[in-house]
Design a protein around this ligand. Structure first.
Ligand code: CTP
Length: 472
């Protein structure tokens, strides 16, 4: 088959010509070919295999391009990279690889295109298009990757035990591709992942997180998390989720399986947000339930303060996985910490003061929190489902009203500490905090409006209670 159509981008002609100049063959391989055959038009990154030196080819291409891009050389790996039109182009010499038991860094020798295709992870990632002038666009597909694309199957070119054991990250990649593309992992492959799952331990956390993020960015992440669980990988990566599995029953009282519930919540939230960190919050919102689970004879199962415990666990989990301990982590913590607040509202009448407090505490994240809580409704009882969603609609409506009227989102008290000090001729002291808190509480409760005049009056009366007198 010829796919000259895939090679419309002018860069391919330049690569082809550069390879001719060096008298070597070159091919485009991997994700680019796969994505073209899947009908994806946009060119992301391009991987080029040279039958010879990839570094020399990269340099020759750079020389022939009018933009004269910088070539980044990775000598230890024998690879080189350059950027053109926002596309990252990687060059590698065709190679044979053999791996050591305890490392994913291979021993590399020069090889043929076929050797190079053998060492690839999946049949759908091992297809190559010829870039030599006479065979421009010819497909080289020794493992029938096109059939596997058609039949939506993830399969390894070699014995899967070898492919996965050589580079255990591929176990995560298999599951990630299955999730992203909605493909099935072929049975032998799935068994091999299960047999080799412990080898994920030699992979760095950073690389694991890249795959986890891609799973979470998919339309239906539950596919990936169920596979991670089924193959045994999840216990090495996110044991906090495994701890949520199972239903306990004592004296006829049961609680729900919080693992499967969590996955439902994640799938739900993906229909309403692309925010990766809100998706992480959905994944972790209940992790505090495992360590806080108790059974009480009178009230049944409780998970007291699981939100607080969960938010502390978020920090430890991010740290362990070497994820950034920045605003994103704090956002996830805040979402987990506040995850039950709106739910507490839906069981009662939704009062203005409860909504004001919610907006005050959640600040700019109040809409994200509402999205999380709506996704958290997984009840199979249609009456309850409708009731909860309706109540959340009321909460959202009230948020808008309260916002317009009271401006408590990024609450700035109408009376400053300085003014309190001046009014009562005070030095910095506890009384100032007491008066400020009383004003804040009165506004949130709705006892006074969020306005200067009313707050001033309250300051005077609170001061009086504390035995203070106005000066001047
Ligand atoms: N590859 C591999 N084993 C890995 C990683 C990559 O065999 N552990 C090969 C595959 O042939 C893959 C190519 O290297 O297609 C490029 O890898 P990468 O850029 O990571 O992935 P893509 O397949 O391009 O897909 P995506 O961009 O979605 O990650």
């Amino acid at each position: 088959m010829n796919y000259i159509k895939a090679l419309q981008h002018p860069i391919f002609k330049v690569i082809s010509q550069s390879a001719e100049e060096l008298k070597i063959d070159s091919y485009v391989i991997g994700g680019f070919v796969r994505d073209f055959l899947l009908g994806k038009e946009t060119v992301k990154d391009i991987d080029i295999v040279a039958i010879g030196s990839g570094i020399a080819l990269a340099k020759q291409v750079a020389k022939n391009l009018s933009t004269k891009p910088k070539v980044q050389v990775f000598k230890t790996y024998g690879t080189a990279m350059l950027r053109y039109d926002d596309i990252e182009i990687e060059f590698v010499g065709a190679r044979k690889e053999s791996y050591n038991e305890n490392s994913r860094n291979p021993v590399v020798e020069n090889g043929t295109l076929q050797d190079d295709q053998n060492r690839r992870d999946f049949t759908i990632n091992a297809m190559a298009l010829n870039l030599s002038e006479s065979k421009f666009g010819d497909l080289l597909d020794p493992f029938n990757g096109t059939d596997d694309l058609e039949n939506k199957i993830i399969r390894t070119p070699l014995d899967p035990d070898i492919t996965y054991s050589d580079d255990p990250l591929r176990m995560m990649r298999a599951i990630r591709f299955a999730t992203q593309l909605g493909f099935t992992i072929e049975k032998e492959s799935l068994n091999a992942i299960t047999r080799n799952c412990e080898r994920i331990k030699i992979i760095t956390n950073e690389r694991i997180v890249v795959e986890l993020n891609k799973i979470l960015e998919s339309d239906k992440p539950s596919i990936g998390f169920l596979l991670l669980e089924k193959t045994g990988l999840l216990k090495y990566i996110l044991p906090e989720l495994i701890a949520l599995k199972g239903i306990d029953e004592i004296e006829g009282q049961r609680h729900k399986d919080n693992f499967y519930h969590t996955l439902e919540v994640v799938d739900n939230i993906c229909e309403h947000t692309d925010n990766l960190w809100l998706r992480w919050a959905a994944l972790l919102h209940d992790i505090g339930k495992a360590p806080t689970k108790r059974f009480h004879k009178k009230i049944g199962w409780t998970f007291h303060a699981h939100e607080f415990e969960g938010s502390k666990m978020v920090y430890r989990l991010f740290k362990r996985l070497k994820m950034p301990l920045n605003d994103k982590m704090k956002f996830v913590q805040k979402m987990v910490f506040m995850s039950s607040r709106p739910i507490a509202l839906v069981n009662e009448e939704v009062t203005d003061s409860a909504v004001r407090r919610l907006v005050f505490d959640a600040g700019d994240y109040v809409e994200d929190l509402m999205t999380l809580c709506e996704a958290d409704i997984t009840t199979k009882n249609p009456k309850k489902f409708k009731k909860y969603h309706n109540n959340f609609k009321i909460v959202r409506q009230k948020i808008v009203e309260v916002e317009e009227r009271d401006h408590v989102r990024n609450f700035q008290p109408p009376i400053t500490g300085e003014e309190i000090m001046k009014t009562f001729n005070l030095k910095p002291s506890r009384e100032i905090g007491t008066i400020k808190e009383a004003i804040k509480e009165a506004i949130l409760e709705g006892d006074i409006p969020n306005e200067y005049e009313a707050a001033y009056e309250l300051m005077l009366s609170e001061g009086k209670k504390l035995g203070l007198t106005k000066v001047g």
